[in-house]
Design a protein around this ligand. Structure first.
Ligand SMILES: [Zn+2]
Length: 340
């Protein structure tokens, strides 16, 4: 079983974008407020959006199931108010639930949260509970910067975030620390903002004592952990200088990196530096980088190929492809069993 822990519904039908555009326009002109009932997406549209994209690529590349969430770049928590984010989150999460309902063997749901700048994360708890308990999802995406590139929230280790962590622990589901689009022109969304956020989250975990307070909380840092594996010596050294415990006990009992690194040398470095038990297979397809690498003739985001070609033992490859995911997402096995 090959489990891809990182996929977004980047190919959702255009009606979803039309609704969002109207929702955003209505922030200035309430007369344009779209009714939720006006958004009608048929099952055939959903099937069509997946058959020629994610499902086709699953078949071609040999993955079995994708842990699937709303498109990250369009979460855009910085737009509008808390009510805007709540409506947008519910619509997107409901759409993911329909995807999973149509293809229960191919997709398992993860939700976006109705975060909004300046709004306590505690306000996201109700939607998290709805998605886990009612929609059968197995995790959440947590945006560490709902301001979209201006970083106006306290660090992830601040008590500001604790009500959300308490609920994640109670529900026994992990969160992927995943920013959305950038409205700061300095930071390209997928090329800079994403990687900055991954790196930033890790350093916050070193500085804080989050996992002392939440020893069973599990957080996934995507995109291969940002700059962290490449600079592993720096982070170990900083922890040492700051009199923090060694990273193995201070952070790495709770933090996992995915394999969304789009070339072989990068994956080889990740696998060499980060313990196998902390790595989950992910591709983030279809999304961040869509082209073919002319030096290999293969898609950059065909990340399974890099793991297959690595020097890891067969047993370690299986842990990355499958075994670790069951530990990080305890609800996954039951969902797959229910799908048959
Ligand atoms: Zn992503």
């Amino acid at each position: 079983m090959i489990i891809d822990c990182h996929g977004h519904y980047t190919t959702a039908p255009a009606d979803l974008t039309t609704f969002r555009d109207a929702q955003i326009a209505a922030l200035k002109d309430p007369a344009q407020t779209p009714s939720r009932a006006s958004l009608r997406i048929g099952d055939d549209q959903i099937r069509d959006s997946l058959e020629k994209a994610q499902l086709k690529l699953q078949r071609e590349r040999g993955s079995d199931v994708t842990i699937f969430s709303p498109r990250a770049s369009t979460m855009a928590h910085h737009i509008g108010t808390e009510a805007t984010s709540l409506e947008w989150s519910q619509i997107n999460n409901d759409l993911i639930a329909r995807v999973v309902g149509l293809y229960p063997k191919n997709f398992v749901g993860v939700c976006m949260l109705p975060q909004s700048p300046g709004v306590p994360p505690a306000h996201s708890v109700r939607e998290l509970e709805r998605c886990i308990n009612e929609l059968g999802f197995i995790g959440a995406n947590l945006n560490p910067d709902p301001s979209g590139g201006h970083w106006t929230s306290p660090p992830l280790t601040d008590r500001h975030w604790y009500p959300l962590y308490e609920k994640l622990v109670e529900l026994d589901v992990p969160a992927m620390v995943h920013v959305s689009s950038s409205c700061n022109a300095n930071f390209h969304a997928t090329g800079a903002h994403y990687i900055n956020a991954d790196t930033t989250a890790f350093m916050q975990f070193i500085q804080g004592d989050l996992f002392k307070d939440f020893p069973t909380l599990r957080l996934i840092i995507p995109h291969g952990g940002g700059a962290v594996p490449y600079h592993w010596g720096r982070y170990r050294g900083l922890a040492q200088d700051m009199k923090r415990p060694p990273l193995g006990e201070h952070v790495m009992k709770n933090v996992y990196f995915d394999t969304c690194v789009y070339h072989q040398p990068g994956i080889d470095l990740l696998l060499k530096v980060i313990p196998v038990q902390n790595i989950l297979f992910g591709s983030e397809m279809v999304g961040a980088v869509r082209g073919i690498d002319p030096t290999t003739g293969q898609y950059y985001d065909d990340t399974k190929r890099y793991i297959d070609s690595s020097a890891l033992s067969a047993a370690d490859k299986t842990r990355i492809f499958e075994g670790n995911a069951y530990r990080v997402y305890p609800r996954l096995q039951a969902r797959l069993a229910a799908a048959g």
